[in-house]
Design a protein around this ligand. Structure first.
Ligand code: PEP
Length: 251
């Protein structure tokens, strides 16, 4: 069975002090949660201190991005092994905001995901269509291109260290969630695609998260869908009580 994964993407919010306070508030609220992989993704500058604050807890640390080279003359970039060094076990790759504002492509997503996994991290690879693409009936074509391109050249073994996050761009930070059925439909397509590319066992094993205005009051319906294995949460992860309520969706 696939272990549900609930990840909080803190985006460009919170100082080191605010981030450590948030994780300290979160710890007791999820201390007795079992059977859910809990992940938070603060800004780079807070990673190390949040890692220290969460030591011994059941919360895991993610970065929001990485570069694909290990070291070198790449001013401003951060290598996967440095994320490990800072305490990360996971990294978010190709979030739609990075695709939209920072020129990320399926090609860069692919290189980053491979480098992250080679360094021992779990790569959370994001895909999702824009509103214009959905309205033009291009959702499945866009998803197919992004999944195929993002996972190109992966071995079946390396895929076991990848997670896919389906995040319809029109649902991110807008308060508009995909309906349970809309989300399930795309998740099933993604799983089918993974089966076609990597075989049924790989498809059965890979976790596919939903992201886009997930809140305590809609998480249960989403998590009840056959092919939804967790959530990537933005806004609602910035407060300990709402993120804990999402993590504890099964309670
Ligand atoms: C996200 O940042 O990945 C996200 C889904 O944001 P929100 O939950 O705020 O829509």
């Amino acid at each position: 069975m696939r272990t549900p994964l609930i990840a909080g993407n803190w985006k460009l919010f919170k100082t080191i002090g605010e981030a450590t306070a948030l994780v300290n508030d979160l710890k007791p609220l999820v201390a007795s949660t079992s059977g859910v992989e809990i992940v938070v993704a603060p800004v780079f500058t807070a990673l190390s201190r949040v890692s220290e604050a969460m030591a011994g807890s059941n919360i895991h640390l993610a970065a929001q991005n990485c570069y694909w080279e290990e070291e070198g003359a790449f001013t401003g970039e951060v290598a996967p092994k440095l994320l490990k060094d800072a305490g990360c076990s996971h990294v978010i790759i190709g979030h739609s905001e990075r695709r939209q504002y920072f020129g990320e492509t399926d090609g860069t997503v692919n290189k980053k995901a491979k480098a992250a996994i080679a360094a021992g991290l779990t790569a959370i690879v994001c895909v999702g269509e824009t509103l214009a693409e959905r309205e033009a009936d291009k959702t499945f074509a866009v998803i197919e291109t992004q999944v195929t391109g993002g996972l190109e050249g992966f071995s079946v073994e390396s895929l076991t260290h990848a997670v896919i996050a389906y995040e319809p761009v029109w649902a991110i930070g807008t308060g508009k969630t995909a309906s349970d059925a809309q989300a399930q439909e795309v998740h099933a397509v993604i799983r089918g695609l993974v089966a076609k590319l990597f075989g049924q066992a790989a498809a059965d094993g890979i976790r596919i998260l939903y992201g886009g205005s997930v809140k305590p009051d809609n998480v249960k319906g989403l998590m009840a869908q056959t092919d939804i294995d967790g959530a990537l949460v933005g806004g609602a992860s910035l407060k300990a009580d709402s993120f804990a309520a999402i993590v504890n969706f099964a309670a």
